[in-house]
Design a protein around this ligand. Structure first.
Ligand code: ADP
Length: 867
């Protein structure tokens, strides 16, 4: 299939590359046809072009005189025609007129002029195909300009780099090859650029190797993070000397392009001088601080104008604070009594330029300290005081020392012993008041030391450092020669260690000697007394071991002092009595109570004796029990008399009993007879006589009972019985004997008991009659009975005269009657309670009394419940 001419034209017109077909034969290069792309590029219309000469169709820009386009295009056409090959006209200017205006658009083109041959091979047409390269042209032009600008910038940068007042270096790659260095960095490194460029930096600076810089540089190179170092020490060789150089530096990553770090830029300044100056300042400060510390001084800098204070830590410590404080805190620590003193010191300081005062301060823990504050006033140029610089020192110990010294001197001065100090030449430099008095001296000069220190004492003193012993001295006034105990020491020089003085303390031995004599005398006296005493004396320790017996006991026992000690004394006690003696002694030791026991001993001569031993517990100064001091009295005679008395009473009362019984019979008979005869008054007298005879019988009975009890002859007839009916019966009986009192029963149920019924009756009668007798002003008596655990307790309560606390324990003794004015008001022998107690004790019961004087008494006894 052939393409028609029409179709060719269409293809030509719509070809995207601008094309102009020009006649090659015509002299004026007339335009034969043009395609759409060309029209678009040149902003023209086909009709206005066809048939026109190229040059008239596209007139030259009148203002562009330099391009010579037409000539260039003609040459190219000629060339194409001559060579019959396409000729390329490179980037020429050909401005395009803007239609409707006389303006031109600057345009650049690259055109191909392709010759089209006819069948004879002659060039018939030229296809002119221009390509608009205006944009390209302008962009290239801009690029060129930019390159020039960059070149200029680089030049500038380089000169900045070279002239920079800081050292700059660029080190590339993992080996940090020196790429660029400016003169300043060369100076710092002590090398010139020639020596460095192209070399690994650490080869050039071998002493900087291994100091950690490699790692830092690597870190920057790898991470891209900047690193800054301040006042870092670098060992460097400069001028042939190894120096410690201090530098501030920044390591910045060196970017090859946006993403690649190819090395590190080092910007550095040398700060060696600054560091050195700082060091010196610090050293100076440190020295000042050390000096202050060495003497334990706190330092301060007080701004007088605003009251602010800067202090050292020690300053704060002296005030008892851990850390430095505000000025007001220091001020409030000052002792209130010293606040004014401080104010004065400050005023004076401003006037004189110097400050100096001592003050007390109160620590946060309330303890009191002494400080000395010194300072110098600093003035400004106008001579106005602005600051006070100074120190503080804790002088508490110093003050205390002085205080101690004062106390010591007072102590020495007030001592009763002679205290003195002599130099090595024997000249006394000090003697206290007591010493002056002891020696009868008015002035120290009169004393001749050599009398004190015989050569042998001095030699010992110098050799051993001290000497102590008895010696004789004399009183200069009275001339009396007397013994003293001299205690002296050598005093050495603190520094040289050589003896410089002797200190002597002398104790007057006279009082001691006379006291000793007095003691010896009194001991002798005591010995004589105890020897002479008919009473044996003894002492025991806290364990009850006998530590002393006197001569009397030694004589009685026929054993030696030693043999009687500890438990030896027991050997002369009758075996049947020993158990009681030991038991009571043990009880007494245990309870630290008085010891009181009667027993029999065998004397050395074979005779048997009754003794009563009494022991008094002893306590030392601090109240500790230390043992017993006791006596042992021979009561044999007394015992015999007592026996005689008991015998006598026994016989007498027995003898009395028979006539009284017959008297009683006669009296009763007589009463009946008289009654019968109607002699009422006489019969009544007879009845009174009978009552009195009853009392007599009862008294005789009591006496007989006592003698029986004492001789162990009281008979018993024990059986089981109930207490309550018996008690009720007795209450009824005794109610008849008193009109004044109502006897009230307060009984609770109890068990039975086992005892001698008659004897218990006797006890109850005794207690009831006493209750009636000793409560003359009262109107009732209460009889209590109850069982507590396995005891029946009977209490007889009256509201009478009562018994004092001291008498209470003794009312149960034989013949004991409460003394005082009452004694004669109430008749009695003082036997009833004794007998009662003996009866109750025998059956294993207890008897006791609770009483308050003039309020009444309650006598109790208990009996075991029979089970
Ligand atoms: P007396 O025969 O003297 O009454 P007692 O042995 O019965 O002898 O009593 C001894 C002493 O105890 C009496 O002298 C009396 O002082 C005192 N006494 C006994 N009972 C009472 C009591 N109920 N109230 C006050 N004192 C009493």
């Amino acid at each position: 299939m052939n393409i028609s001419e029409e179709e060719f034209r269409e293809i030509f017109y719509h070809s995207p590359i601008a094309k102009l077909i020009i006649s090659a034969t015509a002299a004026d290069y007339a335009i034969l046809d043009v395609n759409n792309a060309y029209l678009l590029a040149t902003q023209t219309e086909r009709a206005s072009l066809i048939g026109k000469s190229v040059f008239s169709a596209f007139p030259e820009n009148p203002i562009d005189h330099f391009s010579k386009n037409n000539e260039k295009i003609i040459i190219s056409f000629e060339q194409a025609k001559a060579t019959k090959k396409p000729d390329i006209l490179n980037r020429y200017r050909y401005d395009i007129s803007i239609s409707g205006t006389d303006q031109f658009l600057e345009k650049y083109w690259t055109a191909t002029n392709t010759p089209i041959l006819d069948e004879n091979g002659a060039v018939k047409m030229i296809i002119h195909s221009p390509c608009d390269v205006t944009d390209l042209y302008f962009s290239e032009k801009r690029k060129k300009k930019a390159i020039i600008a960059i070149k200029n910038q680089r030049k500038q940068l380089y000169s900045i780099f070279m002239q920079a007042p800081v050292g700059i270096g660029i080190f590339l790659g993992p080996d940090f090859i020196v790429d660029m260095v400016n003169p300043r960095i060369c100076k710092i490194y002590g090398k010139n650029a020639m020596q460095m460029i192209g070399e690994p930096v650490f080869d050039v600076l071998p002493f900087a190797k291994g100091q950690g810089f490699e790692e830092l540089l690597n870190h920057v190179r790898i991470t891209g993070e900047t690193y800054e170092g301040m006042a870092i020490e670098v060992p460097l060789i400069r001028n042939g000397l190894l120096e410690k150089v201090y530098v501030d530096f920044v390591y910045e990553p060196f970017y090859e392009d946006e993403n690649t770090i190819s090395g590190v830029i080092v910007v550095t300044t040398e700060v060696t001088a600054k560091v050195m100056a700082m060091r010196k300042l610090e050293e100076a400060e440190e020295r000042a601080r050390l000096a202050a510390d060495a003497v334990d001084l706190g330092v301060y800098d007080l701004n007088i104008l605003n009251g602010e204070i800067i202090t050292s830590k020690r300053f704060a410590n002296i005030f008892g604070f851990e850390e430095t404080q505000l000025h007001k805190d220091y001020i409030s620590a000052i002792h209130p009594d010293d606040v004014f003193l401080r104010k004065l010191a400050h005023e004076k300081a401003i006037e004189k330029g110097q400050m100096n005062y001592e003050s007390r301060i109160i620590w946060p823990d309330k303890s009191l300290r002494w400080v000395r504050i010194e300072g110098k006033v600093i003035k400004d140029k106008k001579n106005n005081p602005i600051r006070i610089l100074g120190t503080i020192l804790d002088i508490t110990a110093l003050k205390q020392d002085k205080e101690q010294e004062k106390k010591l001197i007072t102590l020495v001065d007030n001592s009763v012993e002679l205290m003195s100090i002599f130099n090595m030449e024997g000249i006394p430099s000090y003697i206290n008041t007591a010493g002056m008095e002891l020696l009868g001296l008015e002035s120290i000069e009169k004393l001749q030391n050599l009398e004190f220190f015989q050569p042998e004492i001095l030699t010992t003193l110098i050799r051993e450092g001290s000497w102590a012993g008895k010696m004789m001295i004399h009183n200069y006034t009275s001339g009396e020669v007397f013994p003293v105990f001299n205690n002296c020491i050598r005093i050495d020089d603190n520094v040289t260690g050589k003896p410089i003085a002797v200190g002597a303390v002398m104790r007057d031995l006279r009082p001691e000697l006379s006291a000793k004599q007095a003691l010896a005398d009194s001991e002798q006296l005591l010995r004589n007394i105890t020897r002479a005493a008919p009473t044996a004396l003894w002492m025991s320790n806290r364990k009850g071991e006998i530590t002393y017996v006197n001569q009397t006991w030694i004589d009685w026992s026929g054993n030696t002092f030693q043999e009687n000690l500890l438990y030896g004394w027991m050997s002369i006690i009758l075996p049947e009595d020993l158990k009681l003696v030991v038991e009571l002694f043990q009880n007494a030791i245990h309870s630290r109570q008085q010891y009181d026991v009667e027993f029999r001993i065998d004397h050395a001569d074979g005779s048997q004796h009754w003794c009563v031993a009494l022991g008094q517990p002893q306590f030392n100064e601090i109240g500790e029990f230390s043992g017993y001091i006791g006596s042992c009295t021979d009561i044999t005679e007394h015992k015999e008399l007592q026996d005689q008395k008991d015998n006598f009473i026994g016989i007498a009362s027995h003898e009395l009993k028979t006539p009284v019984t017959s008297l009683k019979g006669y009296a009763q008979v007589l009463e009946r007879i008289l009654k019968k005869k109607g002699h009422e008054a006489e019969a009544d007298m007879m009845r009174k006589m009978d009552t009195q005879l009853n009392r007599l019988t009862s008294l005789i009975g009591d006496l007989l009972d006592v003698t029986k009890i004492n001789s162990g002859k009281l008979q018993f007839n024990d059986r089981i019985f109930e207490l309550q009916p018996m008690l009720s019966e007795l209450v009824q009986d005794l109610q008849f004997t008193t009109e004044k009192h109502t006897l009230i029963e307060n009984f609770k149920p109890t068990g039975k008991t086992y005892a001698d019924k008659e004897q218990i009756e006797q006890v109850i009668i005794n207690l009831l009659t006493n209750a009636i007798k000793y409560s003359p002003d009262a109107n009732k008596i209460i009889i209590h009975m109850e069982q507590v655990n396995d005891e029946i307790i009977v209490g007889i309560e009256d509201f009478g005269i009562g018994i004092s606390a001291e008498e209470k324990a003794r009312v149960f003794e034989q013949f004991y009657r409460v003394s005082g004015k009452m004694q004669h008001t109430f008749s009695g022998l003082g036997l009833g309670l004794y007998i009662s107690a003996e009866i109750i004790k025998r059956v294993g019961g207890r008897i006791w009394v609770e009483s308050k004087e003039s309020q009444g008494s309650c006598f109790y006894f208990s009996l075991p419940v029979y089970t």
